[in-house]
Design a binder for this molecule. Structure first.
Ligand code: SF4
Ligand code: MG
Length: 328
């Protein structure tokens, strides 16, 4: 088995004074060793809550109410906080959009990475320093010695994100979860960071779970794509299937609203409307209000069905009678 992460029927709800917010409903997917998987969706799709559920870093109101998350055989939903700390520090790393908030402002970049290395390996300080410099070079930082002794706020956004990636790699994780890590950066820097992530993943065999709202980013990086809408997976498949043979009306609309890399597209069509609030979902298909194919049938909830090898879609248009429902 090459599966490193298996999320099965994950359901995460938030319990607030104003009621229960069902942010993630019945989400299933797997990540293989060294695979690069992108979860794509607009804000409110549940993609960040999915990644925070995996890390067990939900706010106090958030609770996994159903499903399992197996990481190398261990069900993270049932793991103790102590086990989770070991997993977070050693096996799964996470990087976020704003690295400044995860870096210590009063400690030099080099020292922070060194500390992390010393926590995970039984080696001396000079060896740890050497490894830190190597990591900084690996993530494409020029003049690594100088950056080593810099404070985070003195670095540019792109440099800080590289430092975060170096930090995330310092524990030699098997899985790196990246939640919109390039969103705040300009396009050129964004491309550089994506290249670094891709190369590292390929060289070091780190699996990547990349959370983004940007299909352009998906095209640059992903082997496989999971499209989420209003807390559910609406389509998933390999990157070529999703870009060339998307079937779900939402995926198609997303593609039509995204500039193509080769500029072959005639016109960008923005998707009208917004993702429904999880507390005010339409009955039946959650895309109903924004779908130009919506019909009477769609007032019943569609299931995720496998339409061909490793290609799954949740839509009545596609859901033929004999298609088999996916229950992983
Ligand atoms: Fe549109 Fe109906 Fe398919 Fe939903 S089930 S995406 S409303 S066609
Ligand atoms: Mg998010």
């Amino acid at each position: 088995e090459n599966v490193i992460l298996q999320v099965n029927r994950l359901k995460t709800h938030f319990f607030t004074i104003n009621g229960t917010v069902p942010s993630v409903e019945d989400v299933s997917f797997t990540v293989q060793k060294g695979e690069k998987v992108a979860i794509v969706g607009e804000s409110g799709s549940g993609k960040s809550v999915t990644s925070l559920s995996i890390m067990r870093l939900l706010s106090e109101a958030g609770k996994i109410v159903n499903g399992s998350i197996h990481f190398e055989g261990l069900n993270l939903v049932e793991a103790s906080e102590k086990e989770m700390q070991r997993i977070r520090g050693n096996e799964i790393s996470m990087i976020f959009q704003e690295p400044l908030s995860s870096l210590n402002p009063v400690m030099t970049v080099g020292k922070q990475i060194m500390e992390s290395i010393l926590m995970h390996q039984k080696i001396g300080k000079s060896k740890a320093k050497q490894q830190t410099i190597e990591l900084l070079i690996k993530v494409g930082i020029p003049r690594a010695e100088k950056v080593f002794s810099s404070y985070p706020h003195l670095l540019s956004g792109g440099m800080r994100q590289r430092v975060m990636i170096a930090m995330a790699l310092s524990c030699q994780p098997k899985l790196l979860i990246a939640d919109e890590p390039t969103t705040a950066l300009d396009v050129t820097i964004q491309k550089q960071i994506l290249n670094i992530v891709r190369e590292l993943s390929e060289k070091e065999e780190v699996a990547i779970l990349f959370i983004t709202h940007d299909l352009g980013v998906v095209a640059e990086l992903a082997d496989r794509v999971i499209v989420m809408y209003a807390g559910q997976v609406v389509e998933q498949g390999d990157v070529f299937t999703i870009f060339d043979h998307a079937l779900h009306p939402y995926t198609k609309a997303l593609l039509n609203s995204t500039p193509k890399l080769d500029f072959t597209q005639e016109e960008l069509v923005p998707i009208e409307g917004t993702v429904p609030s999880p507390t005010a979902l339409p009955t039946g298909c959650r895309f109903f209000d924004r779908c130009k194919y919506a019909a009477e049938d769609c007032k019943k909830e569609p299931e995720l069905v496998e339409v061909s090898q490793a290609h799954q879609v949740r839509c009545w248009l596609i859901n033929k009678e004999n298609a088999k429902t996916v229950h992983v």
